[in-house]
Every structure is written in C-alpha cells, then in structure tokens.
Design a binder for this molecule. Structure first.
Ligand SMILES: Nc1nc2c(ncn2[C@@H]2O[C@H](COP(=O)(O)OP(=O)(O)OP(=O)(O)O)[C@@H](O)[C@H]2O)c(=O)[nH]1
Ligand SMILES: [Mg+2]
Length: 426
C-alpha cells in the first residue's frame, strides 16, 4: 500500500526543576544559596534521509518523545540536558502543525527542531539579592512542546506524468522503468501513484505516474486533486495524449486547465507533450494531430511521438526529459531553499510576550498573556517565596495595578493559566 500521510504525537522533554539548597561551610551556620538550575528538556528533531521512501513506519509509533532534563543539585550543579530524539523521515516530507507548515525537509541530512524542549528552572542561587539573603525558592522546569504533527510526503520525482485516463501513462512507465504498474484498457486503472526509475545515458530519472485527470479534477472530480501534490514538485511534466483522440486540442486544454486550477507553480513547470500509441498511425495522421496540438500548446513546448508497445521514440523522449530536468533543477534550488526557511513555531514569540489582559469572571480574576503564564507555569506554588516572586512580577508588569482597578482585594482569587493564587496586594 502507498502511504503518504501520517499523524504522530511529538513530545519534547520537560525542563528539570531548579534546586533549593544552601552552602554548608565550617563555622557558618547557613551559607549562601547554591541550588543549581534544571537542565533543558530534549528536543524532537526530524531529519530527512534518502534511505526511506514511505511514512509507513509512523503508523506504529504512537508518540515520539524526547527525554526530560534533570533537576538542578547542590553546589550550583546544573541538571543534565535531556537527550534529543532524532526521527528519520523520507526526503520530501512536509510537517504541519494545526494545518500550518512548520518544516519542509527536502535534502538528505537536513534537520529541524520540530518540538522544542522545555527550559530548566532557575535554582535558588539565582534569587539572592541584598534584601533576600536566603531565598527558599526555585523555579520549576517548563514542559516541552507537545502536539500532533501531520506528516505529508511529497514524492520528489524528476518527471511527473499527467494526462487523461487511458492515455497510456502507466504503460509508458512500465516500459521505460523498473516499475510494474497495472495497465488496462479502461479509465482509472491507476488508483495510487507509481514511481519508477529510468536509465538514460549516464543519468537516472525518477518518474511518477499518477491517476488520470479529468475535467473538474481540481474541484475533486474523478480521483480529484489528491494526487496532484505528487507531481507538484517534479522538475518537468510529461503530458501524454492518446494520438487516436478526436479532439486532441481539447484534451490538451482540459489537462492544462486542471493543472492551472490546482496551482500556479504546477502550470508553470516545463512541459513536454507526447502523442502515445502511434505505432498504427501513418505519418499524415500524425502530422495532422501534431498540427492541431501546435495551435493550443504553450509556446516553446516540444511535441514528440511515441509508442510504448512498439518502443518508438522512447529514448529520444527520455533524453529530452533528462535535459529539461537538469536545467529545471538548477532553477528549482532557489525555490526549495526559501521553503526551508519556514520558521518553526515556538511558544516564545517576542511580539506576544508583552501583551497581557485581565478579565473578571464572577469574583475571580483571569489573567492571560504569554509571558505571565510562562512565569506562572514555572512557579512552584508550594514555596511561599516562589509565589511572592510571581506577585512581584505581576506588580512590575503592571498587572497588579489593573487588578486593583478592576476591584481585586487581598483575598481575591487570581487565575493565570492553570495556576491559582490569592491577590494579597496591600
Ligand atoms: N496500441 C497501443 N496501445 C497502448 C500503448 N500504450 C498504452 N496502450 C494501451 O492503452 C490502454 C491504457 O493504458 P494505461 O497505461 O493503463 O493508461 P493510463 O494512462 O495509465 O490510464 P489510467 O491509469 O486509467 O489513467 C491499455 O489498454 C494499453 O495497453 C501504445 O503505445 N500502443
Ligand atoms: Mg495508469
């Protein structure tokens, strides 16, 4: 079976907690704070490899988890970082989060952090100040990023075969490559894409055969557009047309219009058109059909004639394809590098960190805002001083002022994310 999409849960490691500890020195009852910081949680990293070509394995991996960071220790000893988890995916895998592309791994060895490990919490050694000599508080480590990632494999073939059903696409693939797709004299024989490798001169061409397209394909008719993404990034399109067609110009236009509706990129790919099944046709007939085609094809497009069953014109066609693929690949480099720079989504987006808001619900006050929620998550609510520090931060950010303005009193309940505290402002 051909598997080209998968959904996996990714979970980066939690950061280790900071430690509360005090130096033990001879003659000194209690030394300064020396609790170390927690280590950062491990990242989940995806790496593209040429050794895989399906996403099949991911169906058996319910969760991809990196390890947690260790807690800090005495003597300012920092917790060990959690180990990263490196996940191998086939080249051409797109990774999406909530429908947004967060990574596009096209080259062998290319890596990207998909889920970022949580930061470790500060140990109490960080919290010493002139007024606070013995801080009995430390931060908790943050949770790592965790979400469902949708993987989508786009085959990075060199040549994409397009055409109406029954045009002879699979037959061509079966003759010029090692692939053995199903072939039959009816429409929609091919239901899922086939890939094959053709040898020509000193090169190899990876050719993708997809189900036939019909009018309305881009809107979901027939087998719809679900397979067009497999040819979206092929360097060159080979458009096959049955030479026996009664409306050869119409056939051509139907396919071009569906490609155009699907994507601008697809329709602007270099294209070679080939008339198929020509072994039984005389030259006049072929010339007539070619002339008809010339009236409608995109300027500069080559028209070739082949017969897969008789073996006519195949090497010439492969040679032309090879040349066009080479030229096209050079200009494609730019496109794929810009895709590689798609940033990974992370929780800390600078623009949002300053924003917060306070709303009143019944007699509770709900505080939202990325930065304050982050501080709250890192606060250890079992430690009195930790909670007080959170109150200090709320004061500095102006949140306390807003709480007073909205009527909060000392014992009012304030909720920040999933944390709760009493207001306690004098
Ligand atoms: N005479 C002749 N028949 C051919 C040639 N190539 C393909 N055919 C026939 O055309 C019919 C359709 O061929 P396929 O290769 O299955 O066509 P397809 O484009 O893959 O069709 P779908 O998968 O349905 O889109 C089959 O009966 C083939 O035997 C050829 O060069 N000459
Ligand atoms: Mg087919």
């Amino acid at each position: 079976m051909f598997i080209d999409t998968a959904t996996v849960k990714v979970r980066a490691g939690k950061g280790g907690d900071g430690a509360v500890s005090f130096r033990h020195e001879i003659y000194i009852d209690k030394g300064g704070p020396d609790g170390g910081d927690g280590g950062k949680g491990g990242n989940v990293i995806f790496e593209a490899t040429e050794n895989l070509n399906t996403l099949l394995d991911f169906r058996y991996k319910p969760e991809l988890k990196a390890s947690d960071g260790m807690n800090g220790g005495k003597n300012r000893r920092a917790g060990k970082y959690g180990d990263d988890l490196v996940v191998k995916v086939p080249m051409g895998t797109l990774i999406k989060r909530d429908g947004k592309i967060i990574a596009d791994l096209t080259k062998h060895g290319q890596r990207q952090i998909i889920a970022d490990g949580g930061d470790g919490g500060f140990g109490n050694a960080h919290f010493k100040s002139s007024v606070r000599q013995t801080p009995r508080m430390a931060e908790k480590g943050e949770l790592g990023e965790s979400f469902e990632a949708d993987l989508e494999l786009k085959l990075l073939a060199d040549v994409g075969l397009v055409g109406l059903p029954n045009a002879g696409k699979s037959t061509f693939l079966s003759v010029v490559t090692n692939a053995r797709p199903e072939i039959a004299d009816y429409e929609f024989t091919t239901l899922t894409p086939n890939l094959g490798v053709a040898d020509i001169d000193e090169s190899t061409l990876l050719i993708a055969d997809i189900p036939g397209l019909i009018e309305g394909a881009a809107d979901g008719k027939g087998l719809g557009d679900q397979f067009l993404r497999h040819v979206e990034r092929t360097a060159v399109l080979l458009h096959l047309i049955d030479a026996y067609s009664n409306d050869i110009a119409g056939d051509y236009k139907t396919i071009r219009s569906e490609l155009g509706k699907y994507s601008d990129i697809l329709v602007s790919r270099p294209e070679i058109v080939a008339l198929t099944k020509t072994e039984g046709l005389d030259d006049d007939m072929i010339t007539m059909q070619t002339d008809e085609l010339q009236k409608v094809i995109t300027k500069g497009t080559q028209v070739m004639t082949i017969s897969s069953t008789a073996g006519y014109g195949l090497n010439e066609l492969l040679r032309q394809l090879n040349q066009q693929v080479k030229t096209a690949r050079d200009s494609l480099v730019e496109e794929s590098t810009s895709l590689n720079n798609v940033p990974v989504l992370t929780l800390s987006n600078e623009q949002n960190t300053k924003a917060w808001s306070v709303t009143k619900e019944g007699d509770q006050y709900i505080v939202t805002g990325e930065k304050i929620e982050k501080f709250a998550r890192r606060t250890n609510f079992d430690q009195f001083e930790g909670v007080n520090r959170l109150r200090d931060i709320m004061k500095k950010m102006g949140i306390s002022h807003e709480l007073v303005r909205q009527g909060a009193q000392g014992n009012s309940l304030v909720r920040i994310g999933s944390s709760e505290l009493t207001f306690l402002e004098q």
